[in-house]
Design a protein around this ligand. Sequence first.
Ligand code: AVI
Length: 322
Amino acid sequence: MQKPTEVLFETQFEEDVYTGLTDFPKHLSSKYFYDEKGDKLFQDIMNMPEYYLTRKEYDILESHTAEIANLFASANPKFKLIELGAGDGKKTKILLKYLSENGFDFKYQPIDISQHVLNGLEDSLQNELPKVKVEPQQGTYFEALKKIKAENSTKKVILFLGSNIGNLLHEQAIDFLKSIQELMEKEDLLFIGFDMKKNPQTILDAYNDQTGITAAFNKNVLSRINKELDGNFDLDKFIHWEVYDPETGTAKSYLVAKEAQVVSIGKLDVLIDFEQWETVHTEISQKYDDKVVAWLAEKSGLKIESDFGDTEKHYKNFVLRK
Ligand code: AVI
């Protein structure tokens, strides 16, 4: 590896790529999987038969719709439904449909970093559920939540679906939940999806599909470096590798160099050496059990009010309160 005399980073992406690839062992954050191509690949993942998470959560929402809706409206029937990382809203539309058809007094506020995603969601809601009042908010979760807290006193029901929390280490998850807790009032609710521990093979299959979609998703971080930072990664010289530790519940994704190579990243003015079989750790997808969820909630100053699971308890949605 050749270090540049002085590197001035223009973006967080540049800095994180530089830091991650000059560290030992090497690492890159999974948040960089998601550009337009990565979003599309993740959509494909959610439709794969092996990726049970989306289906399970969809089933939970579908089979408990009325119960969940009534819980949202309990104590105070007027509320704002705020979704963190809304995406295409496919699962949320089950709730939105029920709430709107049954005269609930609510507004839907999807929050997403991507304006493109929000526009698509708003258009589709306009067509499918025109009665739902939508107030999209572009930005990071915290920017948006802070603004919402400052702006009004309506009761908040915050949705954080898809086991997105699983992409955070426990310590980061606690920080994240604490920040949400600090923005919540007594009557507010957090409705959050957790992927639960299960047969380790089922988990490995979900993150290592035969068709190679997950591999392409993992390698998309390298494509982004090529495209955005003038890199010359040869994607065929890396393999996607998934491990799952059933004791800790942590699934980890790696990119493994098939041969020794030197990669140039023009924008960062750096050459990165790879030894044969050297790894780049890219993602964690944490799996939970009831005790760990209770521990995370307690550490974050939140109380578990109830939970909804599929029949096999492969996936659970928890309702948390301050
Ligand atoms: C977005 N997140 C919850 C997904 C997960 O299951 O960790 C991302 C993903 N990575 C590989 N497949 C899906």
